[in-house]
Write a protein that binds this ligand. Structure first.
Ligand code: NAP
Ligand code: F7E
Length: 347
C-alpha cells in the first residue's frame, strides 16, 4: 500500500526531529524542509537515527515560489508547520524577520493550498506566548490574548489566520497552542537546555559559570515527546479541525528548575544575594555555579504561564507520559550520557 505523505517544515528543530520519528514509526513517508546553509548539521535527526528515512527539500520558508513548487510537487496529505524564528528574545532585535518567517510565510503556504484547490491539511505551531501576562491563573482556548513580544504577535497573527481560513474556506487547518516543551534536543539558547548543559558541563568538563536572567518567571514545562503525540492526535484523530491548548497544567519557576536539576545530579545548593547580585553556590565547596547577567532579562518579561489542557484530554484522550520531575531527569541523564560519549553533540 502507498504510504501517506507528510511535509514537515523545521524538520531539523527539536519538534521536527521528534515528530518525524513518531510518524516514521507510524509508516508515513516524510518530506522535510531544510533551509540551505554551507554545512548541514542534522545532529538531531542523526541522534534519533532517522536521517536516511527522510526526503529533504531545500528552501527558506520565505522563498515563496520555491515553497509553492515544493508543495505542488509533493502534494502532502498534511503540512506540519514547525519552522519558525522561535526565540522570543531575538524577536525584539529582529521583528521584521520574525514576522516574515512566523506570519507571511504561513500566509503564503495557506494561499498555495487554497488557490490550487488542494486537500492538504495544515498544522500550525501556535504558542502560549500569545496569552502574554494573563490575569487568569491558567489559560485555555477561551482566554483572551495579550502578547508581549514581536514573536508572540507574529504567532498570534498566524493563529488568527488559521481560524479565519478554516471558517472561510472549510479547510482542515488547526493550531496547537503549545506551552513550553523541552527535551535533550532543545536548542542551547533556551533556558532549560542552558541550565542542564551548563551544570553538567561544570561538573563533568570543568566548564564556566552559567549566567542567567530572571529566575522568578515561571512556565508550564512539558516533554517534547508528549507534545508531538498531541500534534498527531490533533491532525489524525480529530474528526473536525479545531484549535487545542497543549500543556501539563502545572507551572514551575526557573529557580525550581535549577533546584530539580541539582537534585538529579546530587548537588546540594544554596541561593545567596539578591537581584543582580544573586548567585547559586554548591554548599560543599562554596563554588559559584550560577550568576545573574542583566543581558538575559527581556524588554517585556512574561512572568507566568500555566495552561489548562482539559479540552485535548477530554476530546482526544491525550495522556502525558512525563511530569516535571521525569522531564528534568530525562534531560539530565541524556546530557550526562552525551558529555561522556566520544561522539558528543551540542545543539
Ligand atoms: P526550533 O528547535 O527552534 O526549530 C525551529 C526550526 O525552524 C529549525 O529547524 C530551523 O532551522 C527552522 N527555521 C527557522 N527559520 C527558518 C527559515 N527561515 N526557513 C526555514 N526553516 C527555518 O523550535 P521547536 O522548539 O522545535 O519548535 C517548533 C515550533 O513550535 C516553532 O514554530 C515554535 O515557534 C513553536 N513552539 C515551540 C514551543 C517550545 O516550547 N518548543 C512552544 C510553543 C510553540 P535550522 O535548524 O536551520 O535552525
Ligand atoms: O525562556 C527566562 C526567560 O527562552 C523561558 C520558545 O520555545 O517557549 C519558548 O519561549 C524563561 C523566560 O523560553 C534566561 O526570561 C532566565 O521567562 O527558555 P526561554 P520562552 O521565552 O518561554 C514558548 C512557549 C515559545 O513559543 C518559544 O518558541 O526563562 N530566562 N534566564 C532565560 N531565558 C533564556 N533563554 N536564557 C536565560 O539565560
Amino acid at each position: 500500500m502507498k504510504k501517506k505523505k507528510v511535509l514537515i517544515t523545521g524538520i531539523n528543530g527539536q519538534d521536527g526531529a521528534y515528530l518525524s520519528k513518531h510518524l516514521i514509526e507510524k509508516n508515513y513517508e516524510i518530506v522535510g524542509l531544510l533551509r540551505r546553509s554551507s554545512s548541514y548539521k542534522l545532529q538531531r535527526l542523526d541522534y534519533l537515527n532517522i536521517r536516511n528515512k527522510i526526503k529533504f527539500f531545500h528552501s527558506e520558508l520565505n522563498e515563496y515560489k520555491n515553497i509553492e513548487r515544493i508543495i505542488l510537487e509533493t502534494k502532502p496529505e498534511i503540512i506540519y508547520n514547525l519552522a519558525a524564528q522561535s526565540f522570543v528574545q531575538y524577536s525584539f532585535e529582529n521583528p521584521t524577520y520574525s514576522f516574515d518567517i512566523n506570519f507571511s510565510s504561513v500566509l503564503n503556504m495557506l494561499e498555495v493550498i487554497i488557490r490550487n484547490g488542494l486537500d492538504t491539511k495544515f498544522f500550525q505551531a501556535s504558542t502560549s506566548e500569545m496569552f502574554g501576562n494573563s490575569k487568569l491563573t491558567s489559560q485555555n482556548e477561551n482566554t483572551p490574548f495579550n502578547p508581549t513580544s514581536p514573536y508572540a504577535i507574529s504567532k498570534l497573527s498566524s493563529h488568527q489566520l488559521i481560524k479565519n481560513f478554516r471558517e472561510s474556506y472549510g479547510k482542515f487547518f488547526c493550531s496547537g497552542i503549545l506551552f513550553n516543551h523541552e527535551s535533550f534536543l532543545r536548542g542551547r539558547e533556551f533556558v532549560t537546555k542552558k541550565i542542564v548543559h551548563g551544570l553538567v558541563n561544570i561538573y563533568y568538563n570543568n566548564g564556566p559559570i552559567v549566567k542567567l536572567g530572571n529566575l522568578n518567571s515561571s512556565r508550564d514545562w512539558g516533554h517534547a515527546e508528549d507534545f508531538i503525540n498531541a500534534m498527531y492526535l490533533i491532525m489524525h484523530k480529530s474528526r473536525l479541525p479545531d484549535d487545542y491548548v497543549v500543556a501539563t497544567g502545572r507551572a514551575f519557576s526557573i529557580r525550581d528548575f535549577i533546584k530539580k536539576v541539582c537534585e538529579c545530579m546530587n548537588i546540594k545548593i544554596r541561593f545567596i544575594g539578591k537581584g543582580y547580585q544573586e548567585k547559586c553556590i554548591d554548599i560543599k565547596n562554596n563554588k559559584i555555579l550560577i550568576s545573574i547577567d542583566r543581558k538575559y532579562f527581556r524588554e517585556n518579561e512574561l512572568l507566568k504561564l500555566k495552561g489548562n489542557p482539559n479540552k485535548i484530554k477530554k476530546k482526544l484522550n491525550w495522556k502525558l507520559k512525563y511530569n516535571f520531575s521525569k522531564l528534568v531527569e530525562d534531560m539530565v541523564k541524556k546530557e550526562i550520557d552525551n558529555i561522556k560519549s566520544e561522539n558528543s553533540i551540542f545543539f
